[in-house]
Design a protein around this ligand. Structure first.
Ligand SMILES: [Zn+2]
Length: 336
């Protein structure tokens, strides 16, 4: 039934690929090019100062990466935010993190060492629904977007959906590489092993809502959609102790009732995606088939039986693409 609904939406393609995953309610909009603001050193310095002033650091963008950012007791006032000492301490921390990453990259067979993400913003950007993705009556409902406003910084975000494949190697690999990612989970594929995602949470990954049963949401009534979203909120709260604020509609399909229901369940934003990663290729939403600052990348918890490789193969491939294009992976929760 799910597949039938999906096929009805995407008659030309059996898969919900990035290039065909525009909401059914909108014709695939001509992708507005994301303006690339050149990052001049002065801007970088300002960002650095802002990040230090807010107590943020590059390390806070990484699972478990915050530990070394904490000064020893009594050293709290050692470095004034923005001071030369603070900048030096920050640079030293980035250097150490990158050295550890280089070792992990070799161990896990990555073509290159992943780049260090820029410091997260002191204040999260205001996010609005992407042009062409609005629904009537959707004002004041959670925004739907494919790209996060990052002021031209070469940072993208990695998100992993559903949850059927539970590969322990993925947990170790991402922790050792210090690559942040965000999960969107559906109960029907995680309920045979909630423990796997507890380990993920304990490694600093935020677990978000992707419905109970992964239905085609616009085919359901408001009440049915609310059951799917609020039901999954309850499951995630019970299992992992936290009620998510992010929701991703299955297949990227939604209508105004989806967003109304999401809001009623406590959801603040509905990030979808600009590109989709597979173990052997990428699929792009934009006409230029390229990456842009702030793009959200989708991939799935899938095994070799479902696609052409393992989860770690997928990470190797997507990280090669991201790094070759000069991008770093940031932590979505630092921005959204
Ligand atoms: Zn999904």
């Amino acid at each position: 039934m799910l597949r039938r609904a999906q096929r009805a939406v995407f008659p030309a393609s059996a898969s919900a690929s990035a290039s065909t995953c525009a909401p059914a309610s909108t014709s695939a909009p001509a992708a507005p090019a994301v303006p690339v603001v050149p990052v001049v050193p002065a801007v970088l310095a300002a960002l650095l100062v802002a990040a230090l002033g807010s107590g943020c650091s590059a390390g806070s963008g990484e699972p478990g990466g915050h530990a070394s950012a904490k000064p020893a007791h009594g050293q709290e006032v050692a470095h004034k935010p923005g001071s030369a000492a603070a900048r030096a301490a920050y640079a030293e921390k980035v250097r150490r993190t990158q050295a550890a990453r280089a070792v992990a990259a070799k161990k896990w067979g990555l073509a290159k060492t992943p780049l260090a993400a820029p410091p997260p913003p002191a204040v999260k950007p205001k996010i609005t629904t992407r042009k062409g993705f609005e629904v009537e009556g959707g004002e004041n409902l959670p925004p739907v977007f494919t790209t996060v406003p990052v002021k031209g910084k070469k940072v993208v975000f990695l998100t992993i959906d559903d949850g059927s494949e539970k590969d322990p190697e993925l947990l170790r690999m991402m922790s050792e590489l210090k690559i942040p990612y965000t999960a969107f989970l559906s109960d029907y594929v995680i309920n045979d092993d909630y423990g796997y995602f507890k380990q993920m949470r304990d490694r600093g990954v935020t677990l978000n809502n992707h419905t109970l049963n992964h239905p085609y949401m616009p085919g359901l009534s408001y009440d049915e959609q609310k059951y799917e979203i609020c039901g999954q909120q309850k499951v995630l709260q019970k299992q992992y102790g936290k009620r998510p604020v992010l929701f991703r509609p299955p297949f990227g399909n939604y209508n105004v009732d989806t967003l109304r229901a999401a809001k009623a369940c406590g959801i603040k934003a509905a990030p979808i995606w600009a590109a989709e990663a597979f173990p052997d290729h990428m699929e792009w939403r934009e006409w230029d088939r390229d990456m842009h600052p702030g793009d959200i990348i989708l991939t799935h918890f899938r095994g070799s039986d479902e696609w052409n490789g393992s989860m770690t193969d997928m990470v190797r491939h997507v990280m090669k693409v991201i790094t070759d294009k000069g991008y770093a992976v940031g932590r979505l929760e630092d921005y959204v």
